[in-house]
Write a protein that binds this ligand. Structure first.
Ligand code: PLP
Length: 395
């Protein structure tokens, strides 16, 4: 068999590997605390589950229109207007099986050999992987710890060349929890006026998860780039629906046909019951979202304080999502080695910063989508491990 060359550059998401290893250890009797996986530890709210179940009982078992049933596209448009203050026509919305699919489509649309795509680093690993898969050159945008993991907008603009096709922005972000402040986005958007050939993919899948009274600043709020902005969002995180596989994008009008054609070629449509559940999520009570975010906020405080008390660890207070990205250089141990020892010896699953790009060395990602009790136990175990005299000798 001879596979295409591009298969050799396709990356992965290490979180799934760590999850598999953590589960294997748990099956073998170890008590593993999983702070590795990026999904809410809450159940999908019952009224959403019921809408999905009812759809199946009512016989919604067939294909639907490829970009989504009209009602869900309308519901998304109404939600975008409500939360982002921007009117979009439902025809610009393409509903897909999860946020990742929009990412993949954007890379297939813009990436090819000779093209350049800018992406956050450390960032969600699938950006770099799919850029490379498309044949394009992946150009990292460094996220800076000293800026609470925001970027320097002038540095981003300086990376743009005539070959740049797309810039990816993710706020609030995985893996850092960083939220890009309004001033940085203002400056980026102002500078993009000089580069009308560059499209923007704004991954706002954590938009509803911000803390300390911080507002979510959406790139949808900038009319200057409205004609070249792709908004990526979905249900996975907001409504604890990761396994349902449901996401959407608002595409600029000229790109809708291409996105729909990619959907027809790839998955035909999202299953009808997930779409009907998705409508119930957007239109139904939102209390569960507020409750979940309040729980995350409480855990965020516990984990940030706890990490800062550990020897060799410093941790910024993240503005959003449900991750912290502590600097562990003071432990004298590489991120990969620390990830492995924490799992195998302390029974704490976390992800090495290097899984999110080369600029992630020196950091670990913790997901605090776990109970406060488990977070405290994990911190205790880490404290014991990091205090062992032998830690100093590990490369
Ligand atoms: N974008 C970011 C930044 C993410 O962290 C994730 C999931 O972890 C996604 C997109 C993908 O979400 P989905 O599970 O809906 O494909």
């Amino acid at each position: 068999m001879q596979q295409a060359q591009r298969m050799s550059v396709l990356g992965t998401e290490t979180a799934f590997e760590v999850l598999a290893r953590a589960e294997a250890l748990a099956r073998a009797g170890s008590d593993v605390i999983n702070l590795g996986i990026g999904q809410p530890d809450f159940k999908t709210p019952p009224h959403i589950v019921e809408a999905g179940a009812k759809a199946l009982r009512d016989g919604h078992h067939g294909y639907t229109p490829s970009p989504g049933i009209p009602r869900i596209r309308e519901a998304v448009a109404a939600d975008v207007a409500r939360r982002r203050g921007v009117e979009v026509h439902p025809d610009r919305i393409v509903v897909v099986p999860g946020g990742k699919v929009t990412m993949f489509f954007a890379m297939m649309m813009f990436g090819e050999p000779g093209a350049e795509i800018l992406y956050p680093n450390p960032g969600f690993p699938i950006y770099e992987s799919t850029i490379r898969f498309s044949g394009a050159t992946a150009v990292p945008i460094p996220l800076l710890e000293e800026k609470d993991f925001s970027f320097d907008p002038d540095e981003v603009l300086s990376l743009i060349t005539p070959r740049t096709r797309l810039v990816i922005v993710n706020s609030p972000a995985n893996p850092t929890g960083g939220a890009i402040p309004r001033e940085a986005l203002d400056r980026l958007v102002a500078g993009l006026a000089e580069h009308p050939h560059v499209a923007v993919l704004s991954d706002e899948i954590y938009a509803r998860m911000t803390y300390d009274g911080r507002e979510h600043v959406s790139l949808m709020g900038y009319p200057e780039i409205a004609e070249r902005l792709i908004l990526l969002d979905g249900w996975s995180k907001t409504y604890a629906m990761t396994g349902w596989r449901l996401g959407y994008a608002v595409w600029p009008e000229p790109l809708v046909e291409g996105a729909t054609r990619l959907a027809v070629n790839c998955h035909s449509c999202v299953n009808a019951s997930a779409q009907l559940a998705g409508i119930a999520a957007l239109e139904g009570p939102q209390d569960s979202v507020g409750e979940m975010v309040a729980a995350f906020d409480e855990r965020r405080k516990v984990i940030v304080e706890g990490l800062n008390a550990l020897p060799g660890v410093t941790c910024r207070n993240p503005g959003g999502a449900f991750y912290v990205f502590p600097n562990v250089t003071g432990t004298g141990t590489s991120s990969d080695a620390l990830q492995q020892r924490l799992l195998e010896e302390a029974g704490v699953a976390v992800i090495s910063g290097t899984s999110f790009g080369t600029f992630g060395e020196g950091y670990l990602r913790f997901s605090y989508a776990n109970s406060t009790g488990n977070i405290r136990r994990a911190l205790e175990r880490m404290g014991e491990m990091l205090s062992e005299p032998a830690m100093a000798a590990i490369p």
